[in-house]
Design a protein around this ligand. Structure first.
Ligand SMILES: [Zn+2]
Length: 120
């Protein structure tokens, strides 16, 4: 899949930080991870330690605000991935029925929501 446009607007889904030179973002299906978090995850896997991302009490208020900003930033990022994928699928000739199936909505609802992507 092609890289998203405007990569600098994307944020790591783990730490909420944007990608920068030296800490690039890697993309998955609607999820981004930065180099620092990927290295931390690899270290945890190597050591067999568990990464407790929900240990909120271990964080300062400033860190929690950054985390909240990161979580809040995921919604437009996910919506963008979704739109890009629908646009790509339509360019391949995927039916609105199949797209609706993937979205968990009717063919009609899929078309109403994304019909603007045809011809992009
Ligand atoms: Zn990160």
């Amino acid at each position: 899949m092609h890289g998203p446009n405007g990569i600098s607007e994307m944020r790591c889904g783990f730490c909420g930080l944007p990608g920068v030179k030296g800490r690039p973002l890697l993309g998955g299906l609607g999820v981004m991870i930065c180099g620092d978090c990927a290295r931390e995850a690899a270290r945890s896997f190597d050591e067999g330690t568990e990464t407790a991302t929900a240990a909120f009490e271990a964080h300062t208020e400033e860190e929690l605000v950054r985390m909240l900003r990161g979580v809040t930033g995921q919604r437009p990022q996910l919506e963008r991935f979704q739109r890009d994928l629908v646009t790509y699928m339509r360019s391949r000739g995927t039916s609105w029925g199949s797209i609706g199936e993937g979205l968990g909505v009717t063919r009609q609802s899929a078309w109403e929501r994304f019909r603007h992507v045809d011809g992009q």
